[in-house]
Design a protein around this ligand. Structure first.
Ligand code: PHE
Length: 341
């Protein structure tokens, strides 16, 4: 018995095998335990010899088990230390990091500057019904502006008698939605996507605008000019002069197109210097019919509105010549302009 178990314990390769041996030898039904139970049937003389012998065997087996168990645990630990060895002097593996897209960056910047000036951010749907996109903005059904805007119309299913929907061609419908929701006085901006069927170096079928709208009892064009000059100076980080040119939009009266001061040297545009001008936005005093459509009384309230191309601002700020590249998702281009790692 002694030889059998001490030999097997020495050979055991796993803790599970060791546990099996323990049960087989000194467990309740183990061989040593059974032999000890036989003691009762022996004569006192026999028992005096066999008793101590079996006890000694039991102790010996138990300590052999414990010693082997410790040895197996040591070996397992050694193996883990060997396998999980880590060279902390190795250089780290570079992990490519995404960055914020330039259009999103500029949207955030524009929003932050105007928010600091007291404008709240408003939102509206990109699929707009044509009343908000046109009629409420004083662009009736057969107005030429509807075709000039290269509108994408949403086809309704047969039997769909909802009013026609369009992909909004500008952020101006949010003027109406905000007036309806909040009434006057009101000071909001709305950055977002707009859509027109147009494609060339400076036009993509989807682009971004930010709308501005301020309504109060005594708002004037002078407030508009101040807001815009403050905005452009903050955005370009240098004092920027603006020039207002008389223009026409159905939803503003009077209307003005706004140019910013810049220089053109060898094809690069520098904002805030020189004696050139660059058109960047449309604006004006909100037309009384538009206030009415928004549920605001034009006899009491007046306001200014402006709409500016965000992508255009990004092109100017980063010196990017082709608008289409913004939406190509070409990593080489993004890296070239430092927009991606
Ligand atoms: N919605 C006009 C456009 O997209 C811009 C604009 C906004 C003009 C607000 C005047 C006032 O061209």
């Amino acid at each position: 018995l002694r030889q059998k178990y001490l030999g097997r314990i020495a050979e055991a390769g796993t803790e599970a095998a060791l546990e099996e041996l323990r049960l087989a030898a000194v467990g309740k039904k183990g061989e040593v335990s059974l032999a000890m139970r036989e003691l009762g049937r022996m004569t006192p003389e026999e028992r005096q010899v066999e008793g101590p012998r079996l006890n000694a065997l039991k102790d010996e087996i138990n300590s052999a088990l414990a010693a082997k168990k410790a040895a197996l645990e040591d070996a397992a630990l050694d193996e883990r230390l060997r396998a999980e060895w880590l060279d902390v002097t190795l250089p780290g593996r570079p992990r490519p990091q995404g960055t914020i897209h330039p259009v999103s960056q500029v949207t955030e910047e524009v929003t932050a500057i105007l928010a600091d000036m007291g404008f709240a951010v408003a939102e509206g749907p990109q699929i707009e019904d044509d009343w908000y996109n046109f009629d409420a903005l004083n662009i009736p059904s057969h107005h030429p502006a509807r075709t000039e805007m290269d509108t994408f119309y949403m086809a309704g299913k047969d039997g769909d008698n909802r009013p026609p929907h369009v992909l909004r061609t500008h952020t101006s419908p949010v003027q109406i939605r905000s007036m309806q929701q909040h009434g006057a006085p009101l000071r909001i901006i709305c950055p977002g996507r707009v859509y027109r069927a147009d494609y060339d170096q400076t036009h993509t079928p989807m682009f971004h605008q930010v709308e501005g709208l301020a309504i109060d009892r005594d708002i004037s064009m002078a407030n508009l000019k101040w807001v815009l000059e403050e905005f452009f100076s903050a955005f370009f980080g240098t004092k920027v002069k603006t020039r207002f040119r008389a223009s026409h939009f159905p939803f503003t009266e009077p209307s003005a197109e706004v140019d910013i001061q810049c220089s053109w040297e060898g094809g690069t545009v520098r904002v805030g210097e020189g004696d050139g001008w660059l058109e960047v936005l449309g604006s004006g005093m909100v037309h009384p019919k538009v206030l009415q459509a928004g549920g605001i009384d034009p006899a009491v309230w007046q306001g200014f509105a402006f709409g500016m191309g965000i992508d255009r601002m990004a092109m100017l700020k980063y010196g990017i010549p082709d608008l289409r590249a913004f939406f190509d998702s070409d990593l080489r281009w993004l890296r070239h302009y430092g927009f991606s790692a």
